[in-house]
Design a protein around this ligand. Structure first.
Ligand SMILES: Cc1cc2nc3c(=O)[nH]c(=O)nc-3n(C[C@H](O)[C@H](O)[C@H](O)COP(=O)(O)O)c2cc1C
Length: 199
């Protein structure tokens, strides 16, 4: 790349960041089963996020994309391209993670595997739930993030199936989690902004 082209490209990138300062953050629902709890958790996170007024937050539901099982089709299903386009349009992510057999769901792993560049050089926060706050699933996700050049932030709100849900089904989060969600979002916004300059 010539010096002029490099300078010009840098300028347009900086201009874009200055004229379009609101970052786009996708809140990704990691489960797809019928009766899943993730929409309740994702909706609660979005409510807190929206009240900050610092980014455009949206729920990204894997179930909407009808992704096949990776490798079982010729890859021409429209949902695959749509999924990649959605991820590419985002500057950062909040993963809503639930623990299935001490790991993330197969649906989330499958969806993650369907994209590569669209994940790179972006930040992510993790909000997890399970009997031990979904901690084991979240730690697995951190390993996957490393491979995809997703910068996963430190603050990690963990929700307990025993104390943050009534009858393991109605989400009633303890008040203390709100501060943790905000602390996690502070980190996601800071890193998403910084990484935007790198892309
Ligand atoms: C296949 C399966 C495996 C599970 N394994 C675990 C587990 O290892 N640890 C845990 O804490 N909860 C486990 N659970 C409980 C889930 O965390 C709980 O049902 C949660 O609500 C699932 O998220 P969802 O409702 O969004 O699908 C499991 C649930 C399922 C369906």
């Amino acid at each position: 790349m010539g010096l002029f082209t490099k300078l010009f490209t840098q300028t347009t990138k900086e201009e874009e960041i200055m004229t379009n300062p609101k970052l786009k953050i996708g809140i990704i629902l990691g489960s797809t089963r019928q009766g899943r709890l993730s929409p309740q958790v994702g909706g609660w996170v979005k409510g807190i996020a929206d009240s900050r007024n610092d980014a455009e937050y949206e729920i990204v539901d894997i179930a909407d994309y009808n992704l096949p099982l990776l490798g079982t089709t010729d890859g021409t299903e429209p949902g695959i391209a749509k999924w990649n386009e959605k991820l590419a349009s985002l500057d950062g992510f909040v993963f809503i993670v639930q623990e299935y057999n001490h790991s993330i769901t197969g649906a989330l792993k499958n969806a993650i595997d369907f994209a590569r560049e669209a994940w790179n050089n972006k930040a992510a926060g993790i909000v997890s739930y399970g009997s031990t706050g979904g901690a084991r699933a979240a730690e697995h996700l951190r390993g996957i993030c490393g491979e995809l050049k997703i910068a996963d932030v430190r603050t990690h709100p963990t929700l307990s199936l025993f104390t943050d849900f009534e009858n393991f089904s109605v989400f009633k989060p303890a008040e203390l989690h709100k501060a943790n969600i905000n602390a996690m979002l502070d980190e996601v916004i800071a890193w998403s902004g910084a990484l935007k300059t790198l892309r």
